[in-house]
Design a protein around this ligand. Sequence first.
Ligand SMILES: *Cc1c(COP(=O)(O)O)cnc(C)c1O
Length: 489
Amino acid sequence: MTSFDRDAILARLAALRAADAPTHGGHVLSYVYDSGIAELDELAAAAVRLVQPVNGLDPTTFTSVAVMEREVLGFARELLHGGDEVVGSVTSGGTESCLLAVKTAREAWRAAGGAGRPRIVAPVTVHAAFHKAAEYFGLDLDLVPVDARTGRLDAERLVERLVPDVALAVVSAPSYPYGSLDPVEEVAAACDEAGVDLHVDACFGGWILPFWREADGSALPPWDFRVPGVTSVSADVHKFGYAPKGASVLLQRGRDRQRLQYFATTGWPGYPVVNPTLLGSKSAGALAASWAIIQALGARGFAELADSCLRATRALGDIVGDIEGLRVVGEPTGPLLAVTADDSVAAERRVDPHRWADRARRRGWHLQLQPGLTQSDGTRLPRTTHLTITPVTHDRVDELEAALRASADDVRGEPPADGAALRAALPPLAASALDSDTAAGVLRAAGIAGDGPGLPDEQAPLLALIEALPRPVTERLLVELLARIVEPG
Ligand SMILES: *Cc1c(COP(=O)(O)O)cnc(C)c1O
């Protein structure tokens, strides 16, 4: 047998991992959802290992997959108040759940006689996964402007766009950019009447909003299967279900409707294919981990972790509100804050949220920069900085507060990065004329692509450039940036 040096291989991997942003401890306020319970992570790792060789493609051969999936779906259905008519799938993540919700709605719309090109209608705050779904599955995406100050959707503005070629309306519980809980009941009533499917994207909130309360302590308005007219809900287990990446749940109302999600073929000389999800062969690892975590925590465990997130979110909301020059966007429902410059104070007292985030990163806190965006009605959504709060945040609120205050003090009054000046320094760009080498040259000229795989220390200029360049150009440049990161040297 070939011999290999196990220790050396793993030592190299450990060294690579050491350069990553920290996945535990609450210093990265996006991407990772740390329960803070080491035993839970160990349980998940052991579960992954037990199913490591299994192929999730075929639950009739690997029957453990069917049992685990059934039990995860049963727990999720109860959490989201679904009845017997609600069935679903465990998918590889939020994006896959959203893609499949769109695919199902498209098939249902066609089956009901829809012809031509269907469309999705959703607030502009809907997750980018729906942009991807529209592109992949050939639908138009009609984005409804939200209140530029609060990020809230006025239901009426969405409802008036429920024309016959709409195959699916989507609302969020809550939205990723601002944490706004969309008006699910109002939109659902109109969808029900118009015969339009309605997806509630609870990828972020699905495993935590069931335990959440409003700021005044009252219960949230219903946003899940309690609401008639809601035809599907997505909820990521790899977010506030604390599972390793690769697990989400898509629940659909109505067996016959849900079957439209499937792909099946006997039209080739190989094995008969029946796939509920996008992948063929697939890992059962994240499913097994999700299943094990659910056994361990139960509803009570999830409620306790949610409570910790709730207290930390309230505390941080108060802290940000108290920092001169910053404000929280709207009233988030769920463990996240979007922070922007407070334009009620004079410019020299304002804090640019991106410069603020860059300073916080120097102090070891990774906040997520979100660009400003002009909506179709001409109103401008401000640039923001996003903080996702997890169960480990609570014990570090004081530390984080010190970093957030000091970072604001560092940059108060500093003007935002000047996107227009950055753009003017570049040659005129048209996306269609940007081949790979030209795009790489532009990135270097803009000081964005370095030699290593990471981004520059200061991300405010990159975000300013994203805001200033035409969208197709930015998108092409970002593709180049990411593609070159993995190209063998
Ligand atoms: C995270 C998220 C998604 C996409 O999920 P991935 O797991 O990153 O693919 C979709 N919608 C919302 C609201 C999310 O927060």
